[in-house]
Ligand binder design. Structure first.
Ligand code: ATP
Length: 328
């Protein structure tokens, strides 16, 4: 593959997600495969501003495919939001001979990449790395599948306690703006109700539905709540409301929190990361820029960064229907 690009920089930015390491590995090894140099940039855009770089070869990414987090570390950089910060970053890239960038992160990181490209005409390619699955142009973001498995495993354990004590558990999962984790894990773990930001069930309907469940013979219940759900201000207020209206239930709350972002990536995420990493590097070498690589209809495909950032990632209506039927 002949290209003017001879050295590619790779960074991870924003919240970490399982599969980021597998994607770094794929980028590094695809560069080596095509005789292109590769440089790891530490701490996202902040490391770019500070010139915190490390040359990477195929052996520098041994034994990381199975590791959660990111060996390059991640960061949120306020300085990169300023023209001065970006100018410093650009100068460091030029000094190091880097002439293209792979950014593994979420929509904020892609916005940074777009701004940087516009200012310096610097080739950039995005890989979606976030557990929230809230990026347009891919059916799966890196880490989403692993997070679902983590959540389902946790809920299975909580259910053991719920059914032993006839308890109702509210389990809060991540997803400030998107209910993908709640909806999928709720179906997978057999939750009685799933509350997501996209659908406003209403407190009274929630209580009615739980009462119906109880009458139908259920002695315990699991309600999965996305952290961005609109019906209660927070999961503890939901608990208080249900306790007031259903005194017969012993109600508990479990907030799963950051455990959802960690852990060894699932096989799906490892394979996805490998496919996306190969496509990201090869697309840059073909002269493409300002795209995100993603998975569409099981094929790796490119989506313009602008669309990936702004596009709507609605929850799957068919899944909502399945969930309604399963919670009957
Ligand atoms: P997550 O989905 O986990 O939040 P993210 O990539 O969306 O990941 P952000 O914190 O939104 O995370 O963005 C990461 C970094 O991208 C920011 O800290 C900042 O350095 C850069 N960035 C975001 N928006 C812009 C922008 N408008 N201009 C320049 N840089 C930006």
């Amino acid at each position: 593959m002949s290209s003017t690009i001879k050295k590619i920089g790779v960074l991870t930015s924003g919240g970490d997600s399982p599969g980021m390491n597998a994607a770094i590995r794929a980028v590094v090894r695809t560069c080596a495969f095509h005789n292109v140099e590769c440089v790891g940039i530490y701490r996202g855009y902040q490391g770019m501003i500070e010139g915190d770089f490390k040359e990477m070869g195929p052996r520098s990414v041994n034994n990381i495919v199975n590791k959660g987090g990111t060996i390059l570390k991640s960061a949120r950089s306020k300085e990169f939001m300023t023209a001065d910060g970006r100018k410093q970053a650009y100068q460091h890239l030029i000094d190091a001979g880097i002439n293209a960038l792979v950014v593994i992160g979420g929509d904020g990181s892609f916005t940074g990449a777009e701004v940087f490209n516009k200012e310096f005409n610097f080739p950039v390619m995005g890989i979606p790395g976030t557990i929230d699955n809230d990026i347009y142009g891919t059916s799966h973001t890196l880490g989403f599948d692993t997070a679902l498995n983590t959540v389902v495993e946790a809920i299975d354990k909580i259910r053991d306690t719920a059914s032993s004590h006839n308890r109702l558990f509210f389990v809060e999962v991540m997803g400030r703006d998107a209910g993908h984790i709640a909806l999928n894990s709720g179906i997978g773990a057999g939750a009685e109700e799933i509350l997501i930001p996209e659908e406003d069930l209403g407190l009274d309907r929630l209580v009615e539905s739980l009462k119906r469940s109880k009458l139908s013979g259920k002695s315990s219940s699991i309600v999965v709540v996305a952290e961005g759900d609109k019906i209660g201000k927070n999961v503890f207020e939901l608990k208080d409301y249900v306790e007031e209206n259903m005194p017969e239930y012993d109600v508990r709350v479990s907030v799963l929190g950051h455990m959802q972002r960690g852990g060894s990536p699932s096989c799906f995420d490892r394979v996805l990361a490998s496919r996306l990493g190969v496509k990201a590097v090869e697309s840059l070498l073909e002269g493409k820029t300002n795209f995100m690589v993603g998975l569409l209809n099981d094929k790796v495909a490119l989506t313009p960064l602008t669309q990936a950032i702004k596009g709507n990632t609605e929850v799957d209506r068919e899944l909502l229907r399945v969930s309604d039927i399963m919670t009957t």
